[in-house]
Ligand binder design. Structure first.
Ligand SMILES: Cc1cc2nc3c(=O)[nH]c(=O)nc-3n(C[C@H](O)[C@H](O)[C@H](O)COP(=O)(O)OP(=O)(O)OC[C@H]3O[C@@H](n4cnc5c(N)ncnc54)[C@H](O)[C@@H]3O)c2cc1C
Length: 534
């Protein structure tokens, strides 16, 4: 049997069929086979006679986090979950400092947060074929146990008056002037606001994107396994090979509570020749012994892990309807470089908790008003260039060492500039001063790199990227005005204040400064918006 056949045989049948389904979806995407666009959202001009809930959260995985925050503020919140609301067995990696928001918002006690942390290690390595290692501390070095986390939040959610309907599937929604009517497999539910937390493949997102294809994908395969040589350190970004078959592979490895997690991932476009997830698994399996310096015979697989993460230039997503807001993976607000959607929500949790609360309080639930909760962020848009430059084109050959050499130089230079430059980047945050310093240093010390990058990504991509870079600088300056404007905005109506608060949030988060402000001011919630409860 071939290696991937052997690996697939080891997987429990439901996981094998999930992998085959994911591969089928990926095949349809890269072969341009259009799927029927679901029509699950409709609009009506007739007001609803009664509205039973303030917020209905569709999808419980990350939905329970925002659902609990809103229920704690006194809103009537219902979560609908298609299956049973339970976290997956595989840990989510994040940094300890980012997790503080759970305690800050009163979602977890300090003791519960400690129990949720299943593993912690330091440092993490970054290294590219032929280059020397850069080591970094306190980035993605904590593994959170999703089973405990979601179970504890579910208990908290119910304790603060939230309602949960499991095995209840969202099927469609009608948007009325005063609320939404959500049809599930069992019943019709009315609410002022619906949160779509149904993930990347939410039917509401598919309708809003209207057949638009992702501009890039990140393909990930891996395992959590026992029998690998024990190591107390992790790998954040490591390459072992040059570009082969139009793919540059990267590796990640994290010590986990019950073994060691290893991932192999690659960035791609929708070129029809891109490999299937099963082919990636075969490559992963073949290279794992070299990467972890062991024999396959020593390894006992606990779980196989895989994912196909689409990313759209037009992100975060704004829905064209009132009263529906995407949260979590459905919103496309995580970096195109990362598959850390849990981390992305946690970083934006203060903003979303305060912002949704303010939207409900001021009745700002129109399509235009909700756009303020998923605003344009130059910090996110500027990251596109990095995905393009870490991706081997599907339709032409590059120097096989091009991506390794580029990354080797960039990371060595960022390491020289120190943690304030290196760390935010590794946490999916791009800041204007750090990026500018890096660009200057690289163009002075490695002038040969610019024409190479230009040849790789193309002038068009660079020209499209440049306005986001300028906007990053503009947002960086605009956020300095916030204390003054926030003082002046106190005289405005709640609706006008809502609009200004969303602007302030977009400047802070859009310039990547949320990470600094949250940690240095040790702010209690919310960052900007009014803190009154209902
Ligand atoms: C291999 C792998 C490794 C990862 N590692 C990390 C990591 O280390 N750190 C990190 O931050 N992130 C990581 N992630 C990403 C993280 O798992 C996701 O970002 C997160 O699960 C997104 O949650 P979500 O609730 O937005 O979407 P999903 O996880 O897709 O959950 C959607 C939820 O909605 C429910 N649902 C779907 N349709 C319906 C419907 N019609 N009606 C009702 N309910 C519905 C589903 O049952 C599910 O509960 C990883 C992902 C993968 C695949």
């Amino acid at each position: 049997m071939n290696p991937v056949g052997e690996l697939l045989e080891m997987l429990p049948p439901p996981m094998r069929s999930n992998l085959q389904q994911a591969d089928q979806r990926w095949q349809q995407l890269r072969q341009g086979q259009s799927r029927a666009i679901p029509q699950v959202v409709q609009e009506s001009r007739t007001p609803l006679a009664t509205v039973d809930w303030d917020v209905v959260v569709c999808g419980g995985t990350l939905g329970v986090i925002i659902g609990t925050a809103l229920a704690q503020r006194g809103w009537r919140v219902l979560i609908l979950e298609r299956g049973i609301l339970r976290g997956r067995d595989q840990e989510w990696n994040i940094s300890r400092a980012e997790l503080a928001v759970f305690v800050e918002l009163g979602l977890l006690t300090e003791a519960q947060l400690q129990t949720a942390i299943a593993s912690e290690f330091n440092p993490n390595r970054i290294q590219f074929l032929g280059g020397s290692a850069v080591w970094v501390k306190d980035v993605l070095n904590v593994g959170v146990d999703p089973v405990f986390l979601l179970d504890t939040l579910k208990t908290r959610f119910l304790a603060v008056g939230g309602h949960l309907q499991e095995q209840t599937t969202f099927s469609q929604v009608v948007v009325h002037p005063n609320g939404v009517a959500i049809q599930t497999n069992t019943t019709l539910i009315t609410a002022r606001l619906m949160l779509d937390v149904m993930g990347h493949f939410s039917p509401v997102v598919a309708q809003a994107r209207n057949g638009q294809q992702p501009a890039g994908v990140c393909l990930v395969v891996g395992t959590c396994a026992q029998g690998l040589p024990h190591r107390d350190t992790g790998d954040l970004l490591v390459s072992l090979t040059p570009i082969q078959d139009h793919c540059q592979y990267f590796w990640e490895a994290f010590p986990a509570r019950d073994g060691r997690t290893t991932y192999m991932f690659t960035y791609g476009d929708l070129h029809p020749q891109r490999p299937s997830l099963q082919k990636l698994f075969a490559d992963y399996w073949q290279r794992l012994p070299e990467y972890q310096e062991t024999d396959l015979a020593n390894i006992q697989i606990l779980r196989a892990l895989f994912g196909m993460f689409p990313s759209y230039v037009d992100s975060p997503l704004n829905f064209p309807w009132a009263r529906i807001l995407p949260i979590g993976d459905s919103s496309g607000s995580q970096s195109p470089l990362s598959f850390g959607g849990f981390g992305a929500l946690i970083r934006h949790l203060r903003r979303l908790d305060a912002g949704i609360h303010e939207a409900l309080s001021a009745d700002m639930l129109t399509c235009e008003a909700l756009k303020g909760l998923q605003p344009y962020q130059p910090n996110l848009s500027a990251t596109w260039l990095f995905q393009e430059s870490m991706r081997a084109p599907g339709d032409r050959n590059l120097d096989p060492q091009q991506i390794n050499q580029l990354l080797q130089i960039v990371f060595q230079e960022m390491a020289q500039l120190g943690d304030p430059v290196l760390k935010p980047f590794l946490q999916d945050i791009v800041q204007f001063p750090a990026l500018t310093q890096t660009l200057f240093r690289i163009s002075l010390r490695h002038p040969q790199l610019t024409p190479k990058i230009l040849g790789h990504v193309g002038l068009g991509v660079l020209l499209k990227w440049f306005p986001h870079y300028i906007n990053l600088g503009v947002y960086h300056e605009l956020q300095r005005l916030i204390p003054l404007l926030a003082f002046a905005s106190q005289r405005l109506s709640p609706q006008q204040r809502y609009v200004w608060h969303r602007r302030f949030d977009s400047w802070i988060y859009g310039s990547g400064l949320d990470i600094l402000i949250a940690s240095s001011l040790n702010v209690r919630r919310p960052l900007i918006a009014s803190s009154h409860t209902k």
